[in-house]
Design a protein around this ligand. Structure first.
Ligand code: ZN
Ligand code: ZN
Length: 273
């Protein structure tokens, strides 16, 4: 398993797309799978959304050093306690001794008992003042664990959605067919830091459904249409220009992707039972 170099992307004032990609071979074609983290830097404090995969530990630490400079990392917000989202917690907490872990941390002491004094519960709706911007904790409308949370930064007007909104785009295979029997939402080398609107083609409902059905298998059995009402209600009160999934390209066409995603979830559900 290899990963790409230190590349990161500035998304908005004080907001950076970090982390890396895992690469795999799909029918002779190299494809990538995002394991992203996002850094939000306020005038007073800094916060990292998701820790990324341990395979990217050195990469992530280098990216943070590059962007933070002399500033410390103050908060780490793993959206849930799974390896691609929380696996670099020990490295981050060791490197930044003042950093607190925030979120729904109810079971983190089981995973990381030596750091229990540094966990701080943030309930849904609570906020952290980063200085000139505020980070708000949201319910995870589409989630895979009970204590998954989403977040929103009002500085960049960006929503962080963990395992939600992971799409594949069209990945042509060497033989001209689609490399869609890989089991994760993937993209091509060179597309790692593209916004959804910069990708060659927006994902079709079929592609979104494919990524959705694989990444969130349970959505075959649960009608998540209601979740989209919740998402839309949040978007009505919290203006959102960007959506940052952990495993997909950053979304800059929020309205269009919502429509595609809802149609995809309905398709997965309709075909799944
Ligand atoms: Zn994940
Ligand atoms: Zn990539």
């Amino acid at each position: 398993m290899k990963h790409d170099a230190v590349e990161l992307r500035w998304l908005a004032d004080g907001t950076y797309w970090l982390g890396g990609c895992l690469s795999a071979n799909a029918q002779g074609q190299e494809v990538h799978y995002h394991v992203s983290s996002y850094l939000v830097m306020g005038s007073k404090a800094t916060l990292l959304v998701d820790t990324g995969d341990p395979a990217h530990r050195a990469l992530l630490l280098a990216q943070l050093e590059l962007v933070l400079g002399e500033r410390p990392l103050d908060y780490v917000f793993p959206t849930h306690p799974e390896i691609p989202h929380a696996g670099n917690l020990p490295a981050l907490l060791d490197k930044y001794p003042g950093a607190l872990v925030v979120g729904d941390v109810r079971d983190y002491h089981l995973h990381f008992p030596e750091y229990r004094s540094r966990f701080r519960t943030q309930a849904v709706g609570s906020r952290i003042d980063l200085g000139d911007r505020e980070f708000r904790f949201l319910p995870a409308f589409i989630r895979d664990l009970e204590n998954t949370l989403w977040g929103h930064d009002d500085g960049a007007r960006m929503m962080f959605v963990s395992d939600g909104f992971s799409f594949i785009h069209d990945v042509p295979a060497a033989d001209g067919a689609s490399a869609e029997d890989d089991d994760e939402p993937v993209h091509l080398p060179g597309q790692c830091r593209l916004l959804s609107g910069e990708m060659p083609e927006p994902p079709t409902v079929e592609q979104a459904a494919y990524g959705t059905g694989r990444a969130l298998y349970w959505t075959k059995f649960v009608d998540v249409s209601d979740a989209f009402g919740g998402i839309e209600a949040v978007l009505d009160t919290l203006p959102t220009k960007l959506i940052g999934p952990a495993h997909g390209n950053v979304i800059d066409d929020v309205d269009g992707m919502l429509r595609t995603s809802l149609a995809a979830h309905r398709k997965v559900y309709a075909e799944g039972h």
